[in-house]
Ligand binder design. Structure first.
Ligand SMILES: [Zn+2]
Ligand SMILES: [Zn+2]
Length: 202
């Protein structure tokens, strides 16, 4: 739930970025934004959310806060409620949240596999940012995210064909096709799939 972006060039920093590191692209200073557990916008990590005024909870309590929000607790009481909760209760909520998040993560992994071979690498982040406010997911979203292939995808370009065909996310299917075009072993399959997709359009 953290996004680290360069203040000068806007480049999103890699997963290995740590506090104090400069931009991997231009060497400028970077800003780490965190997701507000109430409005789900990525905002600077201050005491209160810039966009909705929510008293920000620690990063590790994001999931617990989302679970509590879904039970209709009001905005002002939520942070205090977490402070008073027993640790096993927090763990229980966290585990429930993580089950939902894992479904999202699988779909993001698919996107990251395609991204790893493409120029732009921010599709999975944008997708995640859009999905956060739906957490915890209702049954319909869960059923949707459960469709399609399951992990692992990292460093497995041979799985692109499967993703291009079966991912429930239209954008991911296209990204996987574009990534396949850059993989010699997939070239034939890519052309075939493009032709069949174009046929469907016309
Ligand atoms: Zn930069
Ligand atoms: Zn907020």
């Amino acid at each position: 739930m953290r996004n680290v972006e360069c203040e000068s060039c806007g480049h999103t920093q890699s997963q290995t970025w740590k506090t104090g590191d400069l931009c991997g692209e231009c060497g400028g200073s970077v800003r780490a934004d965190v997701a507000c557990a109430w409005c789900c916008h990525y905002v600077p990590a201050h005491k209160f959310c810039r966009d909705c005024g929510f008293e920000m909870v620690a990063l590790e309590h994001f999931g617990v806060a989302r679970m509590l929000k879904s039970s209709q607790i009001d905005k002002l009481s939520l942070p205090g409620k977490i402070r008073k909760m027993e640790s096993d209760h927090i763990e229980h909520f966290r585990a429930m949240f993580n089950r939902d998040y894992a479904l999202l993560d699988t779909r993001m992994e698919e996107m990251r596999l395609a991204e790893s071979l493409l120029l732009h690498k921010n599709y999975s982040f944008t997708f995640q940012a859009d999905m956060l406010e739906k957490l915890p997911f209702d049954d319909e979203v869960k059923a949707f995210l459960k469709k399609g292939p399951t992990g692992a995808f990292e460093n497995r370009p041979l799985r692109l064909a499967e993703v291009a065909q079966f991912s429930p996310i239209g954008q991911t299917r296209w990204l996987a096709m574009l990534a396949m075009a850059r993989q010699p072993q997939h070239e034939h399959e890519f052309t075939e799939r493009c032709i069949s997709n174009l046929k469907m359009l016309f």
